[in-house]
Design a protein around this ligand. Sequence first.
Ligand code: AGP
Length: 611
Amino acid sequence: MCGIVGYVGPRGSEAVLLGGLGRLEYRGYDSAGIAVLSNGLEARKRSGKLQELRDELVANPIHDGHTGIGHTRWATHGAPNDINAHPHLADDGKLALIHNGIIENYAELKAELLEQGTVFTSETDSEVAAHLVGRAFRETHNLTDALRVVVNRLEGAFTLLVLHADEPDVVVGARRNSPLVIGLGEGENFLGSDVAAFIEFTDKALAIGQDQIVTITRDNVAVIDFDGNSVTPEPFTVTWDASAATKGGWRSFMAKEISEEPAAVANTIIGRIKGERVDIDGIDAESLVSVDRIVILACGTAAYAGLVGKYAIEKWARVPVDVELSHEFRYREPVISDHTLIVSVSQSGETMDTLMAVKYAREIGARTLSICNTQGATIPRESDAVIYTHAGPEVAVASTKAFVAQVTALYLLGIAIGQANGKGDPAELAAAVRDLEATPTLLETVLQQGERIATMAKWMADTQAILLLGRHVGFPIALEGALKLKELSYIHAEGFAAGELKHGPIALIEPGQVVFVIVPSPRDPNSLHAKVVSNIQEIRARGARVIAIAEQGDAAVLPHADEVIPIPLASSFIEPLLAVVPLHLFSMELAAAKGLDVDQPRNLAKSVTVE
Ligand code: AGP
């Protein structure tokens, strides 16, 4: 996610802003910039890391001042380059704006501005907001009023900070579905996307609520709601130390990213559901009608997301789906036609195995669609179309929030195809849309089990082998859980289709063998629940220690499991999104209990850019 800093006070604002952005680097970004008021407004911004911006400020210095805003951008709309970096200027360069989030209705607002002759320099939704505030300021002559006029027209998620040369000691901010906090100093005040922005200067903070606007000067902080009513923000004291601040207060990036799994689903959905229909930006529904086969190409965790997607797409769109490991597909001389849709799934968009497989697929005539979490990455650029997941930057090597976002994007695609080709049951598709929209809240519920799962991991710290069983969409979750245990705790872990147990793997069961079982809902139409419960009895009879991940209140499981991790009631296709979270948490906690590096496991890279 983007990093945001605002400052008004006696200090040189350039250093305050750069220091704050430096502590926000953990949020991940691909460009950075600052705007400062001194004798007028000056701004500098560069793609790349913060050092690029620092170098630019040395080569092309600004007149420092005491009021400023700073931004690190994680690209969503528009490639990560100098022009799309923030801040964005308006009102003849007298206004600067920075933005975190996605403005869903930016296209119609941009059209309105273009009709009035506004000249745009970037491809971003953020610049639209800048010009809207600049236009409103010319009418209100007050920055707070101008921002309030504009935020009441915006849809989506946003944190906005603005400053204007005509109001030299003022910074105004607004938030909706995106973070913003106030830092309170003596004769100075701060704004930040989190407290890491100002923790060097103060531990006194105020929380800003949903749909609120804050105006800071050196000696005053005023908060109003979007209707203009005064609001009293909640004070709190920051308890982080500086080192924790580099991960936003989290003990690891992985912990932070697991906590963001609800938002990853919510942000991947945002703007793509209209009523009970799916409408994916950049995907022409007509082009989906002729798709008669889908081949999903991916590696590792992304491939397991593909396997979950396979079950759903075949159910909702009645189109056959194969999931292929990218590095196998390319050397297999696969049979595909020009009605085959190749869907690559990749968090980084740089995985060489997947990139080469996509290039090969295009050479042999297939249409290609990329599902990717990194704006402007190589694989989307090599594809005919892209569905970006909006999980935000994923820093930990072990992929977590990107996984749930990838499954979400595949579900959106499956519903879209089922709607387009008419083969989907309309009632079923509408229910799937509603279920997806309800998923972030259910994920928040599952996350509340974090402490209990940490305790379980601690007393299992010496475990040397773990098996995982799942059925139907639970099977890929067993595979994903096994991968997480391998890559984080370096132990033998293997996922199986539960139905496969009697065909060999049950020979692995001996007294004390730990087995996680992902249990289908007892309401499952395929009645796989009873089959899995009997699997549990079979392995328990042979001494296995069974940890069942099962629906809240599933009484059939209780007598047969050593531990039950309950997940909320959900439809069959939402259950895997919920069941994977305890496995993400457990694998992280087991690695921590073993004293291993959770974020940077041995031998692994975040993006495998070699074959
Ligand atoms: C997942 O935890 C691993 N880090 C790895 O399997 C990863 O999913 C795989 O390398 C694919 O990466 P990508 O999504 O960036 O293409």
